[in-house]
Ligand binder design. Structure first.
Ligand SMILES: Nc1nc2c(ncn2[C@@H]2O[C@H](COP(=O)(O)OP(=O)(O)O)[C@@H](O)[C@H]2O)c(=O)[nH]1
Ligand SMILES: Nc1ncnc2c1ncn2[C@@H]1O[C@H](COP(=O)(O)OP(=O)(O)O)[C@@H](O)[C@H]1O
Length: 220
């Protein structure tokens, strides 16, 4: 078994032991406004391809929603714990969204890559900007709602947010929708109107990486 000492981000690619090898398939970043359907789509993907994709479990200071599990949806932590982890260099990126801290720890990505799975990150646009300064080299996919009106309706019907939080998310969504139009930021932009169609587009965007993993799995 290869001993792993994560010293810097480069090591995240070195699960086969070779220092600069593009060992596994590329990770996948899903971004887009809160309520656009990122969780819904990635859960569908992980259900259909459970031996191919693994979720990078972020840390957050927000409270768990009913049905969410610590360690599965997020690692729920206090601000003090999160800040200590950041100060200690344990995070690849971190951001404040709607008043709460969120971040991807090195361990979250490492856990998935150590299983030779494609690591999926669900992160906001600050996370996208920050990941772009690292050498993680993921495929960037933006999930967008068909309109602000539909987004608001879906967020309200999800019934997870207070009115104040909902407004914060809608304001952030406007900025996010502009950001997604910046050329070169995303490899694919998927408008989640009809869920099945959006899911089909997502699978299509990831087909090459899915096939890479299938090939490796078949030969091992
Ligand atoms: N930068 C960054 N953003 C994250 C991370 N985890 C989640 N987010 C983003 O934080 C935002 C709020 O997430 P959440 O509270 O789960 O609400 P939801 O997106 O409405 O379900 C979303 O845009 C997520 O993509 C992370 O580790 N880093
Ligand atoms: N294509 C769709 N049509 C209708 N409702 C959808 C669609 N995609 C997602 N939803 C619903 O919209 C809400 C927001 O989706 P969610 O996956 O939680 O978004 P995000 O993770 O981007 O915040 C959820 O209640 C979800 O069931």
């Amino acid at each position: 078994m290869e001993r792993w000492i994560p010293q810097n981000l480069l090591d995240l690619k070195c699960i086969d032991g070779s220092p600069h090898a593009m060992a596994g398939p590329r990770p996948v970043v899903l971004s887009g406004p809160s309520g656009a359907g990122k969780s819904t789509l990635l859960k569908k993907l992980m259900k259909e391809y459970d031996s191919i994709f693994g979720f990078s479990v972020s840390h957050t200071t927000r409270n768990p929603r009913p049905g969410e599990e610590n360690g599965k949806d997020y690692h729920y932590v206090t601000r003090e714990t999160m800040q200590a982890g950041i100060d200690n260099g344990e995070f690849i990126e971190n951001a404040v969204f709607s008043g709460n801290m969120y971040g991807t720890s090195k361990a979250a990505v490492q856990d998935v890559q150590a299983k030779n799975l494609i690591c999926i990150l669900d992160i906001d646009m600050q996370g996208v900007r920050n990941i772009k300064t690292t050498d993680l080299n993921p495929i960037y996919i933006s999930i967008q709602p068909p309109s602000m009106e539909v987004l608001e309706k879906r967020l309200r019907e999800r019934k997870t947010e207070s009115e104040e939080n909902l407004q914060k998310r809608l304001n952030a969504a406007k900025v996010d929708m502009q950001f997604s139009k910046e050329p070169g930021v995303f490899d694919a932009i998927i408008v989640n109107d009809n869920l099945e169609e959006a899911y089909g587009q997502l699978k299509n965007a990831l087909l090459e990486e899915i096939n890479k993993v299938k090939k490796v799995n078949m030969s091992s």
